[in-house]
Design a protein around this ligand. Structure first.
Ligand SMILES: [Zn+2]
Length: 416
């Protein structure tokens, strides 16, 4: 064993950082409500920056508020290895989703400092802006701007429910940065995250080696009917948009069920109806839907099936039904070299592992389009996430943190 393979993070120090974070935006039920660009997000960002600067990092903020904190390497002109995730949370979020990946990176830097280790390449910690999309849609907007998949002006124009824009809120909390941080400066990205599902825990595995991502299709379905009195309007004369919405929901549910044995999933997750009044037949519905499958070609087929079923759904409901807006992400495999580093690190540390795809969205999926990328999953209690009860123990996360450290050290010491 070489010297570096014996280096271990200080888990109690990492836990203390996680618990400090758990105080910022804490909910009555012990979870977190730290929405992107809120006061609490600002407090957490300042705390993170203070920690990074104390650890000797050079901190930069880009135009979308992503925070990059770089620890120098011995060869400063080489591209930097990115390590990180997100510090924002869901409305009823937990204490570890995203936060673990950022603060494990910080612990990595602190540990290298403790041992006086200088890697060849710089290591850059990253906190991506608005990963969750709980306040501003779409999610993962910081990494989308970073990889130029979305224009920064588009991001600035996104509004929250109170009509406040992302751009104004970013400026208000002082995180509309001026640094032109380009993806070209970086070598690779490693993101550690809780699994957010039950598989690792159920099979008693310590580390998830994430080899890629489910293909995801999201879309907004619009249903147009005709309003009228719920009393006198004869049944044959009705065009109730909620009936159309019901047909859509059932069809989407069936499309997921018919592929569930190969991992297919489908959801109608949000509905808005108008006029939404007592006594009035609804004439307008917008519903937001989602389809996922491990195989990109199958998720494409799922969406095509839905489109093919639209005429029948329209006929049965007597409403006009169309797809108004759609988006896609995932469906890729992570970089074979980076995944292999994760695999080898886990093997060298003698951890039990499971190779898996991520079913949730992560910034790593955007970054993977530009940089060699890998993800590592840790188990979480009952697979629970996006929930205030989300929980892990030090024993749950220690293997993943160790694997992150070893894989990043290997990558940061690689020549070229
Ligand atoms: Zn997350």
């Amino acid at each position: 064993m070489n010297r570096l393979s014996n280096i271990r993070p200080n888990m109690s120090r990492l836990w203390a950082s996680l618990m400090r974070s758990a105080e910022i935006g804490k909910t009555a039920k012990g979870g977190l409500r730290r929405l992107a660009l809120s006061e609490d997000d600002a407090v957490m960002r300042h705390e993170f920056i203070r920690w990074c600067e104390e650890a000797g990092c050079d901190v930069r903020i880009d135009a979308i508020g992503n925070i990059f904190a770089t620890r120098k390497g011995a060869e400063p002109d080489t591209k930097s290895v990115l390590v990180g995730s997100h510090l924002d949370t869901q409305v009823h979020g937990g204490r570890f989703d995203g936060i673990l990946g950022v603060l494990a990176g910080l612990e990595l830097v602190r540990t290298l400092n403790d041992h006086g280790i200088v890697t060849k390449r710089p290591i850059t910690l990253v906190n991506w802006t608005n990963e969750e999309g709980a306040r501003f849609e779409p999610p993962m907007i910081g990494s989308a701007v970073f990889t130029r998949q979305k224009a920064v002006e588009f991001a600035y124009s996104r509004l929250d429910r109170d009509g406040l824009s992302l751009g104004d809120e970013l400026a208000r909390i002082g995180f509309k940065g001026t640094d032109a941080v380009s993806a070209d400066r970086f070598d690779s990205l490693f993101e550690l995250h809780i699994e957010q599902g039950p598989r690792l825990e159920a099979e008693g595995k310590q580390v998830g080696i994430v080899t890629g991502a489910f293909g995801v299709r999201g879309f907004v379905v619009e249903v147009l009917g005709e309003t009228g009195h719920v009393g006198p309007t004869p049944m044959p004369a009705r065009k109730n948009a909620l009936v159309g919405a019901a047909e859509v929901t059932l069809a989407i549910n069936e499309i997921g069920w018919s592929r569930h044995e190969t991992g297919g999933k489908s959801t109608t997750m949000r509905i808005r109806t108008e006029p939404n009044l007592l006594g009035a037949i609804p004439d307008h519905v917008e519903m937001t839907c989602d389809m996922r499958h491990p195989d990109e070609s199958v998720v494409i087929a799922m969406l095509e099936e839905f489109k093919a079923r639209l005429p029948a759904l329209q006929e049965r409901s007597r409403c006009e039904i169309s797809i108004k807006e759609s988006w896609s992400y995932g469906g890729m495999r992570f970089d074979a070299g980076c995944v292999d580093l994760v695999r080898q690190s886990a093997e060298a540390l003698r951890y039990s592992t499971m190779e898996m795809l991520t079913e949730a969205g992560h910034d790593a999926m955007h970054v993977a389009e530009y940089l060699p990328t890998a993800m590592i999953f840790t188990p979480c209690e009952d697979g629970l996430s996006h929930n205030e009860a989300e929980n892990v123990t030090i024993a749950d996360i220690e293997p993943g943190v160790n694997v992150l450290m070893q894989a990043v050290l290997e990558r940061a010491n690689r020549s070229g």
